[in-house]
Design a binder for this molecule. Structure first.
Ligand code: SF4
Ligand code: F3S
Ligand code: FES
Length: 250
């Protein structure tokens, strides 16, 4: 029986079916390995994986830093759905749990992927920083006050932790290596809102008014469904698409 919830006072035995592979080892063959653990109260996938590594297999590779849903490094595919291991409670999962690395990113080993390299490449292509009007930075300058509602909207989009779950859940990103993903489109929507950035719609059009950007998005919305920070990705993509379409015909 594949129980999905824990009865009060009962302990479940969890079976973790983990996709293992080390591309740096020529002899390594992709395979699934199963580990059994007794579930503990408040157990997260991160705790379970730590226990597996400590007690059953020290070679199991996976990433974590903050354990609090902040650093974005523990993304993996959990029973077919991208999510954060440190924010997933085992009690919300059935007793059989399959774990696989996030697709679309370079595999380091087992559940560890190089999201950092992908994110850096995307950020450099989209120039995801405030562009200065003048190259001479005046550190004594006082910024003009920002409308609080606008500041809130920008802050909301800045909550992205670059975990890569939206990219892993996106059919377009899986087919097109150069697609900037919902994470990239969200960043452009964020800078397009920011009055401190002097770039105009034409500049953003150059960056994302194409098939690698907003016109490559097929509105599959897997990104919106899986984002662990609940970012309004659907709204941002629609906003950017309207804005870029207007710029393209203008
Ligand atoms: Fe992760 Fe959401 Fe940012 Fe995508 S938009 S990288 S799912 S936090
Ligand atoms: Fe992909 Fe999200 Fe668009 S899943 S196709 S970026 S709506
Ligand atoms: Fe940082 Fe999970 S360990 S988000």
């Amino acid at each position: 029986m594949n129980q999905t919830t824990t009865e009060p006072g009962s302990t479940r035995t969890l079976r973790f079916h983990v996709l293992r592979h080390d591309p740096r080892d020529a002899a390594s063959v992709p395979r699934t390995e199963t580990f059994e653990l007794e579930e503990a109260a408040g157990m997260t996938l991160f705790i379970a994986l730590g226990e597996i590594r400590e007690r059953l297999d020290p070679s199991l590779a996976f990433d974590f830093v903050c354990r609090a849903g902040i650093c974005g490094s523990c993304g993996m595919v959990i029973n077919g759905r991208p999510g954060l291991a440190c924010r997933t409670l085992t009690r919300d999962l059935p007793t059989d749990i399959t774990l696989a690395p996030l697709p679309a990113f370079e595999l380091i080993a087992d559940l560890s992927v190089d999201t950092g390299k992908w994110m850096r490449g995307m950020s450099e292509r989209l120039e995801t920083w405030i562009h200065e009007v003048s190259p001479d930075v005046d550190l004594g300058r006082i910024e003009a006050p920002m409308d609080p509602d606008l500041a809130d909207r920008i802050y909301e989009l800045d909550r992205c932790i670059e975990c890569g779950c939206c990219v892993a859940a996106c059919g377009t990103a899986r087919m097109r290596k150069d697609f900037v993903g919902a994470v990239g489109l969200n960043k452009i929507a964020r800078f397009a809102l920011d009055p401190r950035d002097p770039r105009k719609d034409e500049d953003y059009y150059e960056l994302v008014g194409n098939d690698e950007g907003v016109f490559g998005c097929m509105t599959l919305l897997g990104c919106h469904d899986v984002c662990p920070k609940n970012l309004p990705l659907q709204t941002q993509i629609a906003f950017l698409r309207r804005r870029m379409a207007r710029t393209g015909v203008g």
